[in-house]
Design a protein around this ligand. Sequence first.
Ligand SMILES: Cc1cc2nc3c(=O)[nH]c(=O)nc-3n(C[C@H](O)[C@H](O)[C@H](O)COP(=O)(O)OP(=O)(O)OC[C@H]3O[C@@H](n4cnc5c(N)ncnc54)[C@H](O)[C@@H]3O)c2cc1C
Length: 396
Amino acid sequence: MDFDFDADQQAFIGEVRAFLDEVRQWPDAADIMCPERESDSILADTPARKAFNRELARRGYLGLSWPREYGGQGRPGIYEYLLNEELSRVGAPLIGKGVGCVGQTLIRHGSDGLKREFLPRILKAEIEFALGYTEPHAGSDLAALRLRADRAENGWLLNGQKMFTTSAHFADWYWLAARTDFDAPKHKGISLFLLPMDQPGITIHPIETMGEHVTNQVFIDNVFVSDDYVVGEVNKGWTYICEALDYERFTFYTFSPLEEKLKALRALLCTEGGDGAAIAARPHVRRHLARLTADVELSKMLQRRVIYASSQGRVPTVEAAMCKLYSTGLHQRLADFALDSLGTDGLLHKADAQAPAAGKWEWSYRATALDTIGAGSSEIQKNIIARRELGLPLRF
Ligand SMILES: Cc1cc2nc3c(=O)[nH]c(=O)nc-3n(C[C@H](O)[C@H](O)[C@H](O)COP(=O)(O)OP(=O)(O)OC[C@H]3O[C@@H](n4cnc5c(N)ncnc54)[C@H](O)[C@@H]3O)c2cc1C
């Protein structure tokens, strides 16, 4: 059994690494590559990070898996995954929702007008999107969403509230799910819309999270959207959202940050521990590090199963649930162990000059909780495994 990438994929990885070595020479490289930035490192939220994405576009790294007729390269999705792995390894922004779920859904279901307007701009990294799914009463049970879209002349009038919209404070367009039919079963009355973020009637309030990831509440008051900006068919939004989540599972949850963190922690614990010996020389620390090394390898294998299932044309729902559940929990366990091993110094905030590893682990301890919630909480991943893998009955 061969778990490695093939020669062409290895060559691609080498090419991306060479490109990233070039970027390291850019004057603003420190803003672009921030592996220590625990929470928002995947976002293109500063001018330097946006410029970096435009350079990715210029070199043809956006739309790798898009069909050629839409300006893509028609390569298998694994190349996008490999690109994101290398980007996240150095803490650079990922290729994003535009080329990912938004672009992929528009290609499959968008009107010719939406394709013409958005696809070329996505490929040039000219626009950023925010995804508006979650609401105050609809998170895990997303199909319960209530933001209403009422029929108006040549379009729809939107009213309601969204929660936890990442990127809303710098995005150009809102990819928004709204209820267009209140009488239909809940999964069958949802539609997807595209609306400009700067449209009057949209109010954005930041939510500061404990991990320093900035997300947002978004209020929508009488916002008109013309029929031209409905994505696909009215009331088919749930199908499109599910398809897009499958795509996200494939490219979004990268493994390399876990590997890099373990390396960094091992190096840190090999330094002097105050009593003349390295912290890593203590028996319980050695045991724990060895255990975590095996766990990180296991996480890699779970990720490879997601890739394998996708490459076989299967939707990797169960594989992705196992991978997300395990690897987000492992990120937390790594941070826990780091703080336990570093003693009280480990609790120092990154603003404190005395903080070990510039406060990385204290930040990591706060930030890693978020990944166990976003894009489906750990409990929801367990439900997926219980239902789809084990066929366990549900009891209400
Ligand atoms: C950092 C971050 C970024 C995010 N970005 C976005 C974004 O850009 N766009 C967007 O739309 N949303 C975003 N979200 C929202 C995210 O998808 C939701 O937070 C998540 O789906 C959980 O929903 P909820 O917060 O409403 O919690 P709830 O669904 O209310 O869940 C509360 C608790 O109950 C548990 N629970 C719920 N249902 C069940 C069940 N059936 N069985 C067992 N346990 C259950 C959950 O696991 C959780 O512990 C983001 C969230 C985070 C943390």
